[in-house]
Design a protein around this ligand. Sequence first.
Ligand code: IMP
Length: 448
Amino acid sequence: MITLGSNLENVKAIQGPQNQNPAKGVVPVTSTNDSKNIDILIGAQWGDEGKGKWVDILSEKSDLIVRYQGGNNAGHTIYVNGEKKVLHLLPSGVFRNKACMIGAGVVVNPVVLQEELKNACSSGFEAKNLWVSGRAHLITPWHIHLDQEFEGRRDKPIGTTKRGIGPTYSDRARRIGLRASFCKSPERMATWKKQMSMLEPKFSDFLETNSEEWKAFDKACTQIAKQVCDAEARLRKWAVAGKSILIEGAQGALLDVDHGSYPFVTSSNTIAGGACASLGISPRWIRDIYGIAKAYATRVGEGPFPTELNDASGKHLADVGHEKGATTGRPRRCGWLDLVALKYAVDVCGINKLIINKLDVLSGLDTLKICTSYKKSADNDASPWMEACEAEPNYHELSGWKKLSEKPNIATADDFSDETRSYLAYIEKFLDQKIDRIGFGVDRSSFV
Ligand code: IMP
């Protein structure tokens, strides 16, 4: 029988005025201050685990919600009062009008940001509550062009979202990137374009032939300039002042550029440890690490996916789970829950609060399978994701269920059917970890 933690209630609601800078000079900001009011929430699979809903739930008790990596390749879906909202760049806390931050490790498309900000403001968000780090790098029309062109030329495409993510991170590493702080200075922007024309042979032509796109880009840069600040310095002050902070990951641990199935990964560090580097905060400040996994598995784009299903069960998961990319609209590949991969994500990220999501999608399947090992492993010490593996799974079979529960309202995990509880208990036993929360529907209230 599973016992669920009650940490959600324990998340300390910090009292005091919100959405203001904390009093200056109250507490000196040093990494030796024991903050411990910062939680990280990440995807524990290949993205699309349903992070938006959980950030929305957890952010009720947070003062500040922070994105730390990725860009508008992400698509976070939230249902607010039955209305579907999709965010690509803004943290999912905007619908609670909390302070929201886009940190240094994020790549920002200003046109998308401006559009999302406008929409969020029409739903009650106040623009002054958005802090965009001046250190974040901007995705320009040039980077989007490069992403599209590169994908077309690869012999084995990665299946990127073609949003310019990889080329923007690549220019950051080459130290020719355009930082958000440049939005405040048309002169610096012009100097950057001049430099690019010298460094990249095709840049000048691209600039000329796509002048409309550049105009829209320049305009959006001017519009978001007001939000650009030293967001990391503010974040550290808020942390030391005891504010409650939630850091929101994008994509998932198995798409991490270093620890995922390279090269079929995104271009940032999606694992929990990436948050500290991207935001300039001490790892000592992190309290809990929430990892979200679906009760099954999905993957968008190319790359290894050992438990992928191309049969009626896979179709069931795709149809019932509405498994279509929120960003690109591409159908997601669907498969059984892979506990080998999930255990790896738990280990690499140090997940101590595991959330199993979309449990309802399994209802109606006669038999359920869970991957517990792979048939072929060249090196038993090596993690299965060391190389882009094409492993064949060994499965444990369990009975399915028609309905999650006979009760009209599910108030605790004890209300689930015997088969459902067996499925959850198997996950806990394999991972040697209690499941913290379980999601079984799209709206804010469907969880225990
Ligand atoms: P990129 O991040 O657009 O460069 O794409 C690299 C890989 O990550 C591709 O396989 C994408 O499908 C995948 N990817 C990027 N963002 C997401 C996401 O938010 N959810 C799921 N997969 C993603």
